[in-house]
Structures are given as C-alpha cells and as structure tokens.
Design a protein around this ligand. Structure first.
Ligand SMILES: Nc1ncnc2c1ncn2[C@@H]1O[C@H](COP(=O)(O)OP(=O)(O)O)[C@@H](O)[C@H]1O
Ligand SMILES: [Mg+2]
Length: 264
C-alpha cells in the first residue's frame, strides 16, 4: 500500500515535470518562431534590393562584387534560420516527407561517422528493424541522428569509449503513451548511447533549449538537440534521455510506424 502511494506520487511528479517542460519548450518555440519569421522578412528585403542593385550595377565591377558578397552573407543567414524553424514551428514540414525506412539512413550516418572517427571510439550497431516504415523527411531524420551521434562522439573524445546505436520495433501501451505524451501503437525506437561523462543533473532541463551549450567557441552552437527535439515532435514522436554521470548517456527516440497497404 505504502509502495503504491509512493509510485503514484512519483508518477504525478514526473507528469508535472513533463507538463512544465513542454510548456517551457512551447514558449521558447513561440519566441524563436517570431524572431525567425521577422528576421526572414527583413532578409527577403535585403536580398530583393541587392538583386535589383546588382542588375543595375553591371558595368560597375567593384559595386557588383560588393553586392555579390551581401547576397552570399544573406544566403548564410538563411541557412541559420532553418534549424530554428525546424525547432520552433509546430508541424513544420521540411517539404520532402515521405514513407521511409529509417535503417538505411542510420547506416548512412554510421558510414559518414566512421570516415572521421577518432581511434579511441568504437561504434556498436544493433539494427533489428529493417522493415519498419515512418512518414518523415529523410534529410531531417539524417540531421537528427547525426546531431545525436556527434554529441556522443564529442562527449567521448578525451577518454574514448563506445557509441552504441540501436534500432528496434516497440509497441507503446497506454501507460507509456501517457508518460511520453504520444499515442499508443507501433513505434520504431532509436537509441544512441555513449560511455562518456554523462549529463549533469543541473543542466538536464536545459539541453534541448536552442543555443544552450556547454562547449567552447567553434565546438558547439547549442542547436543540435533543439533540432532533434523539433524534428521528432513534428513527426509525432518522443525523445527521452537517461544519463548516469561518469558512466553513460542514452537518448531514446520513438517514431510512429505507418502501415503501408499493398506492399508485400
Ligand atoms: N551525449 C552527451 N553527453 C554529454 N553531454 C551531452 C550529450 N549530448 C548533449 N550534451 C549536452 O547538451 C548540450 C546541448 O547539446 P546540443 O544542443 O547538441 O548543442 P552543442 O552540441 O552544440 O553544445 C551540450 O553542450 C552538452 O552539454
Ligand atoms: Mg551538438
């Protein structure tokens, strides 16, 4: 009986924490979306006028060169906005969503990582759901997985360790659906683990915030996990992180499977 009360209380606290965290992420997303939207509008003006000026400056080589540089800078600024939009816009779509298998994307990421993997880090892969299909953008899933693996590798770069990538089918029942804020049904679970230093409890609540980073200049932008969060949420999935300081960190992602009829 005492045990039951304790579990109820713990569950209530977890649900409350999840609600507070979801509210905070929503508020951040609204703010980020507003800024990204205004910024995009201003940028469109700069690009438009620069293009007009460039066409008028055909014979003025030095002026044309400067205008081309302005346009290059605008292009770079635009690529900065994309991750913010991926995080902040509810139901943001990359535009190339399609029924896709996640396993080949994971294999591609692993191949890419192997090309520049430090010698003290090993990759262990366990992909046991070749058939599962989700409806998502390959490019965005690729980016999300890449961001998780990059963090894992960066976490282990000093002492080395093992990056474990696992993919499997899971059924989400009523209880886990409530605690993960998703619906019941068939999901694909991707887990990315590392044997690095772990994530200190006091920063755990902030790791998904845009621009939150503990890395030095040039190493991290603080956008990796916020993009992961945005991509997975927009695909009706969930992200969970478990970390044991000094031992390991595991990110667990659930993505809903879709049924494709007529395929054998
Ligand atoms: N696997 C990991 N191990 C330890 N800390 C991590 C891990 N993944 C993320 N973090 C922490 O979360 C922060 C935010 O991650 P991220 O959004 O990818 O930004 P960035 O990698 O640019 O710092 C990191 O700076 C780091 O402190
Ligand atoms: Mg990162």
């Amino acid at each position: 009986m005492t045990q039951k009360i304790w579990i109820d209380e713990e569950e209530r606290e977890m649900a409350e924490e999840l609600a507070i965290h979801t509210n905070k992420m929503d508020a951040l997303a609204t703010l980020a979306n507003g800024i990204a939207h205004d910024f995009n509008n201003i940028l469109s003006g700069i690009v438009g006028y620069s293009e007009v000026a460039l066409s008028m400056a055909e014979k003025e080589k030095p002026v044309a060169n400067i205008l081309e540089r302005i346009l290059d800078a605008c292009e770079r600024a635009k690529t900065l906005i994309d991750p913010i939009l991926a995080f902040s816009r509810q139901n943001w779509q990359a535009g190339d969503e399609e029924p896709m298998q996640i396993a080949p994307v994971i294999r591609e990421v692993i191949e890419l990582l192997k090309a520049s993997l430090p010698a003290n880090i090993k990759i262990k892969e366990n992909i046991i759901c070749d058939k599962g299909i989700i409806f998502a953008s390959k490019a965005m899933i690729h980016k999300a997985v890449m961001n998780l693996c990059t963090n894992a590798i960066q976490a282990m770069k000093d002492k080395g360790g093992t990056l474990a990538i696992e993919l499997k089918n899971v059924e989400v029942d009523q209880a886990s659906a409530i605690s993960d804020n998703i619906t019941t049904g068939s999901y694909i679970m991707l887990s990315v683990s590392d044997t690095g230093p772990g994530i200190p409890q006091n920063i755990m609540k902030r790791i998904f915030d845009p621009y939150f980073t503990t890395k030095g200049n040039g190493e991290g932008t603080g956008l990796g996990l916020s993009v992961v969060y945005g991509v997975i949420k927009n695909n009706k999935g969930s992200v969970k992180v478990k970390s044991i300081p000094g031992t390991k960190t595991t990110f667990e992602i659930l993505l809903p499977q879709i049924e494709i009829t007529g395929l054998s």
